[in-house]
Design a protein. Structure first.
Length: 158
């Protein structure tokens, strides 16, 4: 992707995340609206794995013998190699949105509707599994406001 294409994507929503609407900061992501899905394969490998002197010394302190350490770290047997995309035709600017790292990482390779459902389930998960959230609610520090998830790009007027 060229710098000009990246800038065009950044400006689609005036430098804001197309999902949550926050101001994009350094490290923002380009998200494929309809996922492309990267394909990887395991490939045999046989090169030496670099190990730092510090890691070597710390491992010895942790009780690993030098023989075991060298056996574990000397050679890599396999590596994961990128092999292309499942839907390469989706790699174009019309299918790309600016995204904050948090939204893009949580969206994964899902569709917009899958991402919407994921977010909708956050409160349920917090109520079931997060003691701090439950206590905050009891003390009135947090109030649930159930409502449909509407993404920033769905409200944006050009």
């Amino acid at each position: 992707m060229t710098k000009a294409e990246r800038e065009k994507i950044f400006n689609k929503y005036n430098g804001r995340c197309s999902y949550c609407g926050c101001v994009l900061e350094k490290g923002w992501h380009v998200d494929e609206i309809e996922p492309c899905i990267r394909l990887y394969e395991w490939e045999k490998a046989h090169w030496r794995h670099k190990i730092t002197k510090e890691k070597f010394n710390n491992s010895i302190k942790d009780g690993l013998s030098e023989v075991q350490l060298l056996k574990d770290y000397e050679y890599r047997k396999e590596r994961m190699v990128f092999k292309g995309y499942q839907y390469p035709e989706r790699l174009h600017i019309d299918n790309q949105n600016p995204s904050c790292a948090s939204c893009n990482i949580n969206k994964h390779g899902g569709t917009i509707e899958e991402f919407r459902q994921l977010i909708q389930g956050f409160t349920k998960h917090l109520n079931e599994n997060n003691t701090q959230f439950k206590i905050s609610k009891r003390y009135g520090l947090v109030h649930e406001t159930p409502k449909p998830i509407v993404f920033y790009f769905e409200t944006f007027k050009k």
